[in-house]
Write a protein that binds this ligand. Structure first.
Ligand SMILES: [Fe+2]
Length: 288
């Protein structure tokens, strides 16, 4: 009997019960999970005591893995996890919590702004799979916004105006919003902006959605302040509470989302508490 998601909160989020992600999935279950991702955009699996290998195996059963190389301020010799994972923890390679003023931590605080994973890459992400290994005593929720519903709620004039717009995305733009300007020349080169459409058509469902992220810092052909004010307005529209699902983490939760039609952000938590979240990511499609 293939898995069947059950809606929770707003209509783009669902829980999936009765599946053990530590074991290989049947082709029927894989198909049901893809269908669930098309019907919803966020799927929550509780009580999944995965180790790294099991998380990788489950992720690979759904598609091609994206590697996290050069996307953070961790130097290669400082990686805590293999590059098949995005290390979304606040821990160094000795499992110690970063100091409050650690540059790697301050850069990672950018994840508290609304974004879509890897929109700053030429080929951005499809699904992200985030697994909770250690969670703080309070805070640290992840919030998701439904960018298809947000697109559908726009008036016709705005839809026409944005139809063919191209944005430039870079992690430098998102960090600048938080007052983080401290990049080396090598980092500026590595984080060079890439172009993405502002409106995407989903390859499986054919539905349109806004493709926004705090990484978007320019619209091709527009003056920068006008572009940023416009993107800010769109983000404000898209993240109204009726479009948002907030996930409160329990150890063992795995949450999977479709970056092509959602944004998300992390919420704050106590500075000195460990939060060990491990993300595997599937490669998506170019938008331009
Ligand atoms: Fe993210």
């Amino acid at each position: 009997m293939p898995v069947k998601p059950r809606q929770i909160g707003p209509c783009f989020a669902a829980e999936v019960e009765g599946v053990d992600l530590t074991r290989p999935l049947s082709p029927e279950d894989v198909a049901a999970i893809h269908a669930g991702m098309d019907e919803y955009a966020v799927l929550v699996f509780h009580d999944q005591p995965l180790d790294d290998e099991q998380q990788l195996a489950f992720s690979r059963s759904l598609g091609e893995l994206e590697h996290a190389v050069g996307t953070s301020l961790r130097a290669p010799e400082e990686y805590r996890l293999p590059t098949t994972f995005a290390d979304v923890s606040n821990l160094d390679k000795n499992q110690q919590v970063f100091a409050r003023d650690d540059r790697r931590r301050l850069f990672a605080i950018g994840n508290r702004l609304w974004h879509s994973d890897s929109s700053f890459k030429v080929v951005p992400a499809k699904y992200s799979l985030l697994h909770a290994r250690r969670v703080p005593s309070k805070g640290g929720n992840t919030e998701f916004a439904d960018m298809r519903a947000a697109y559908d709620a726009l008036d016709d004039e705005t839809r026409k105006e944005i139809e063919d717009l191209i944005c430039e995305h870079s992690q430098i733009f998102s960090r600048q919003q938080l007052g983080f300007f401290d990049f080396t020349d090598e980092e500026r080169e590595r984080f060079k902006p890439v172009r993405q459409r502002l409106v995407r058509t989903h390859p499986s469902t054919g539905c349109r959605s806004l493709y926004l992220a705090s990484h978007a810092g320019a619209i091709v052909g527009w003056p920068v302040p006008e572009a940023r004010a416009f993107l800010r307005d769109l983000t404000e529209h898209a993240t109204q509470r009726q479009f948002v699902y907030a996930h409160k983490w329990t150890v063992g939760d795995l949450v999977m989302w479709d970056n092509r039609r959602t944004m998300h952000r992390a919420r704050p938590f106590p500075v000195h508490e460990p939060r060990d979240m491990r993300r595997t990511t599937l490669v998506g499609e170019k938008t331009v």
